[in-house]
Design a protein around this ligand. Structure first.
Ligand SMILES: C[C@@H](C(=O)O)C(=O)SCCNC(=O)CCNC(=O)[C@H](O)C(C)(C)COP(=O)(O)OP(=O)(O)OC[C@H]1O[C@@H](n2cnc3c(N)ncnc32)[C@H](O)[C@@H]1OP(=O)(O)O
Ligand SMILES: [Co+2]
Length: 134
């Protein structure tokens, strides 16, 4: 298994515009862009921090994973994404090692990255996203 870096940290927010004020005006981070990822029922905003990014996620649907997360746990840290060089190989290897994958095949996330989530029950309580980007 090879992990290249922390790709991004995913933060569930109730209101993207409101939350951006803190990250931009108070922390002084720059907004790289926003995007809707239909498949995940989210609107995302990316703010680079060094070689990684903070990903703010607002739900676009009451049945989406971010809406459910906020309902159960409140707004806050929702996932950590690790960059891998080859996501198909990483999924295969993790499955062989007994890790429960939410996605057994890659999906497409923000910026066209290939992504796959590992279940928090097999990662010591952290929802882990694998991400492969060109
Ligand atoms: C745009 C894209 C990108 O970067 O490009 C994204 O990031 S999209 C980011 C949003 N998309 C996703 O999150 C997709 C993957 N997520 C999922 O499939 C789901 O949210 C699950 C993680 C499977 C949780 O599903 P659901 O809420 O229905 O299950 P549940 O409430 O029964 O939770 C099962 C157990 O997992 C725990 N649990 C739930 N969400 C968690 C989280 N984010 N971090 C850590 N633990 C978590 C619950 O507390 C519970 O533990 P106990 O049983 O001990 O109480
Ligand atoms: Co993410």
């Amino acid at each position: 298994m090879k992990v290249l870096k922390v790709d991004h940290i995913g933060v569930a927010v109730k209101n993207l515009e409101e939350s951006l004020k803190f990250y931009q005006e108070i922390l002084g981070l720059e907004l790289q862009g926003t995007e809707i990822v239909e498949e995940q029922k989210v609107k995302v905003a990316f703010l680079p921090v060094g070689d990684s990014e903070i990903e703010l996620l607002e739900s676009t649907d009451p049945d989406g994973p971010i809406a459910k997360f906020i309902e159960k746990k409140g707004a806050g840290l929702q996932h950590i994404a690790l960059r891998v060089p080859n996501i198909e190989e990483a999924i295969k290897e993790l499955k062989e090692k007994g890790v429960r994958m939410i996605d057994e095949k890659p999906r497409y996330g923000a910026g066209g990255a290939k992504i796959a989530f590992c279940h928090p029950k097999s990662t010591n309580g952290v929802l882990l996203e694998l991400s492969e980007r060109k």
